[in-house]
Ligand binder design. Structure first.
Ligand code: FPP
Length: 249
């Protein structure tokens, strides 16, 4: 019989080691809606509820960073109606959750090519980033209009600008210098990367940062991925032997 949420939580606490940073590719909203003969935005709306559950689960077990892939650069190519629905949901989420997130000590940041967002979406993002700035319990990174390759190109461009301006010599381009120019410069790399809905791809998410992340593929569709599924992923992580390229103990 599958463990209950309470058992999983107790076992997580007994084992003790919790991933500091979890990244999630939230996938399967469309299929979840199709199974219910509903339009895709219905799946996205339920997906937002699962975002709340993931935040609660991370707060409960003491995860310090949660990075969510909410909208990729490629997602701009989806039908206009779906893109608009996703943007409206983002605005709604911020309007509804900003105060609670602040009260819970969650600091929200949003990374990606935000220039492409509409005025209202960009304004909502600035608002929640500002109003949650003082949060210290959980860093919630939302990746919107984001692509991993674009992030790497951006970091390379920032380095090139520093070299061209005489602020940096090429020999000083180290991994540390590169990492310092990524969106996530001040977070540890994800320890655990979860992808829902059974797909086994990185889909251009955090290409640099997941170099040593443990991968966990869940067959659960994102709208159904509640605290129980999150705790199962953490329990699985706790059983992994992380070697970072070295030999085992
Ligand atoms: C992938 O499912 C999911 C997305 C493209 C969007 C994820 C967005 C949310 C969960 C809601 C908005 C987020 C926040 C932070 C408020 P899919 O549509 O590709 O599903 P499919 O593969 O089954 O078609």
């Amino acid at each position: 019989m599958a463990d209950s949420e309470a058992d999983l939580l107790a076992n997580i606490r007994v084992q003790g080691e919790v991933p500091r940073h979890i990244a999630i590719i939230m996938d399967g909203n469309g299929r979840w809606a199709r199974e219910r003969h509903m339009p895709r935005p219905f799946g996205h709306r339920s997906g937002v509820k699962a975002v709340r559950a993931a935040v609660e689960g991370c707060l409960e077990v003491g995860v310090e960073w949660l990075s969510l892939f909410a909208f990729s650069q490629e997602n701009w190519q989806r039908p206009m109606t779906e893109v608009s629905a996703l943007m409206s949901l983002l605005e709604e989420f911020i309007a509804r959750e900003a105060d609670d997130l602040h009260r819970q000590g969650v600091r929200v940041r949003v990374f990606g090519d935000l220039e492409r967002l509409s005025g209202p979406a960009a304004a909502a993002i600035s608002r929640v980033v500002r109003s949650t700035e003082s949060g210290t319990r959980l860093g919630l990174n939302l990746f919107i209009s984001y692509g991993g390759r674009a992030e790497l190109v951006r970091a390379a461009r920032l380095l090139a600008e520093d070299v061209a301006a005489g602020r940096l010599v090429p020999d000083a381009i180290t991994e540390e210098a590169f990492r310092a120019r990524l969106f996530t410069a001040d977070c540890p790399d994800p320890d655990l990367l979860i992808r829902t809905s059974g797909e086994r791809r990185l889909s251009n998410f955090l290409l640099w940062q997941v170099a040593y992340a443990e991968l966990y593929i869940s067959n659960v569709l994102w709208p159904d991925f509640g605290c129980t599924a999150l705790y199962e992923a953490i329990r699985d992580f706790q059983g992994r032997d992380r070697r970072f390229g070295r030999v085992g103990t």
